[in-house]
Design a protein around this ligand. Structure first.
Ligand code: FAQ
Length: 330
C-alpha cells in the first residue's frame, strides 16, 4: 500500500477527451487558479503526485539538517554557532510543516518516514554530498538555499492549499538562510589567502550538485508535464536552473570567486547565461544510493528515529492518559 501511494506512473498529460466529468471539472478549477483543499475531490494521480513531491520535500528538509549539523560544534564564533543552530532548527520546522501538509492527503508522517528509511522515497540529491570545511556552510546557505528559494518561490502559487501556505512561510525563512550563507562567503572571500582558497574550493565542489537540485533536464523529467498541468509545479526544471545560474553569476563575481565552468558565457539572444550541464550520470548514481554520503545520511536518520522511540511512546502514553481522564470525567 505504501509503495502504491508514492510510486506514480510515468506521467503523461491526460487529454480532456480522456477525462471523466469529475476530472474535467477538477481541471477547470485548476485552470481558473482555484486552490484545491484537502476535503475537495481530487484525482488519485494528483493526490499521489503531491504525496510524492511534498514527502520528498519534507524528507529533504530533515536530512538536510545533517550536513550543517556537522558544523554546529565547530562554528568559528559563538555568534556563528547561534545562527547556524537557528538555521538548522528552522529546517526541522520546515520538515514538520511539510509532513503536516502531506498528512492532509491521508498519509501519516510515520508512514512517510518508514518509506524513507526503507529506501522507497527520495530526498534531495544535494544532501548526499559532504560539508568538508566551514566555507561549505557558507556555500550551502548561498547556493543550496539559493536554489531551494528559486524552486520554492513559485511553489507558493502551487494549486494545493496546504502546500502553498507551507511554502509562503518557508520561503521567508529560506531568504534569511541564503543571506547568512552569503555573509559567510563574503567573510571568507575577503579573508586570508587560505580562507579565500577554502571559499573557492567550496564553490568548486558544490556548484554542479546545486544545479542538480532542480532535477533532470526537461527531456528526462518524468513528472513535469502532468505536474505543470495540475499546477503542482509552476516551472520546468530547466527554467528554474537557468534562472538560478543567471542570478548566481553576479553574486560570485561580487565575491571575486570563479564559477567552475569554462563554458559559462552571457548569451544576448536568450538574455541569460549559457552554461555546462551537470554530469547527469553522477546525478542518477546519487539517486540510486551511490552518492558520497547516502549510506551515512540514512544511518543517521534511522538511528535518530530509533533512539527517539521512547519519546514518541511517552507522548502517546500521556495523550492516552489525558483522554481517559477526560472520558471518566464526562
Ligand atoms: N534529488 O520528473 P522529475 C532544501 C527525482 S529543500 C533527488 O523532474 P519532479 C532546503 C524525482 O523525485 C530541497 N531526486 O521529478 C534546505 C523523480 O523520481 P521519482 C528539496 C530527484 O518531482 C536547504 C525523478 O527524479 N526541494 O534544499 C531530484 O517533477 C539547505 C524524475 O524527476 C524540493 O523537494 C533531486 N534533486 O521534479 C534544507 C522542492 N530531482 O519520485 C537544508 C519540491 C528529481 O519518480 C539545508 N520538489 N528527482 O522516483 C520539486 O520541485 C520537484 O520534486 C523537483 C523534481 C524539481 C525536485
Amino acid at each position: 500500500m505504501y509503495a502504491q501511494m508514492v510510486k506514480t506512473d510515468a506521467n503523461k498529460v491526460r487529454d480532456l477527451s480522456e477525462m471523466t466529468e469529475e476530472e474535467r471539472a477538477f481541471q477547470a478549477r485548476i485552470d481558473r487558479g482555484e486552490k484545491i483543499e484537502p476535503t475537495d475531490w481530487m484525482p488519485e494521480g494528483y493526490r499521489k503526485t503531491l504525496i510524492r513531491q511534498i514527502g520528498q520535500h519534507a524528507h529533504s528538509e530533515i536530512v538536510g539538517q545533517l550536513p550543517e549539523g556537522n558544523w554546529i560544534t565547530r562554528a568559528p564564533t559563538l555568534e556563528r554557532k547561534a545562527i547556524l543552530l537557528a538555521k538548522v532548527q528552522d529546517e526541522a520546522g520546515h520538515g514538520l510543516y511539510l509532513y503536516c501538509a502531506a498528512e492532509t492527503l491521508g498519509v501519516s508522517r510515520d508512514e512517510l518516514i518508514e518509506l524513507l528509511h526503507a529506501g522507497k522515497m527520495k530526498y534531495s540529491s544535494i544532501f548526499n554530498y559532504p560539508t568538508l570545511t566551514w566555507a561549505d556552510i557558507g556555500a550551502v546557505g548561498w547556493l543550496v538555499d539559493g536554489a531551494a528559494i528559486m524552486n520554492q518561490v513559485p511553489l507558493q502559487r502551487t494549486s494545493f492549499g496546504p502546500y502553498s501556505r507551507a511554502m509562503i512561510r518557508i520561503c521567508k525563512e529560506e531568504s534569511f538562510h541564503q543571506r547568512q550563507g552569503y555573509d559567510i562567503m563574503m567573510k571568507m572571500a575577503n579573508g586570508t589567502a587560505e580562507q579565500r582558497r577554502m571559499a573557492q574550493d567550496a564553490l568548486d565542489r558544490l556548484w554542479y550538485p546545486s544545479l542538480m537540485m532542480f532535477g533532470p533536464s526537461d527531456k528526462d523529467s518524468v513528472h513535469s508535464a502532468q505536474s505543470m498541468a495540475w499546477k503542482i509545479k509552476i516551472n520546468t526544471n530547466d527554467e528554474l536552473r537557468q534562472k538560478f545560474v543567471d542570478q548566481t553569476v553576479s553574486q560570485a563575481e561580487y565575491l571575486g570567486l570563479t564559477i567552475p565552468d569554462e563554458n559559462l558565457s552571457w548569451n544576448d539572444e536568450k538574455g541569460g547565461y549559457d552554461f555546462s550541464e551537470p554530469d547527469w550520470s553522477e546525478f542518477f548514481e546519487v539517486l540510486s544510493g551511490n552518492g558520497p554520503c547516502n549510506r551515512e545520511r540514512m544511518e543517521a536518520r534511522v538511528k535518530a528515529w530509533e533512539e527517539g522511540s521512547w519519546v514518541r511512546d511517552a507522548l502517546m502514553a500521556h495523550a492516552n492518559k489525558k483522554e481517559a481522564a477526560k472520558t471518566a470525567a464526562e
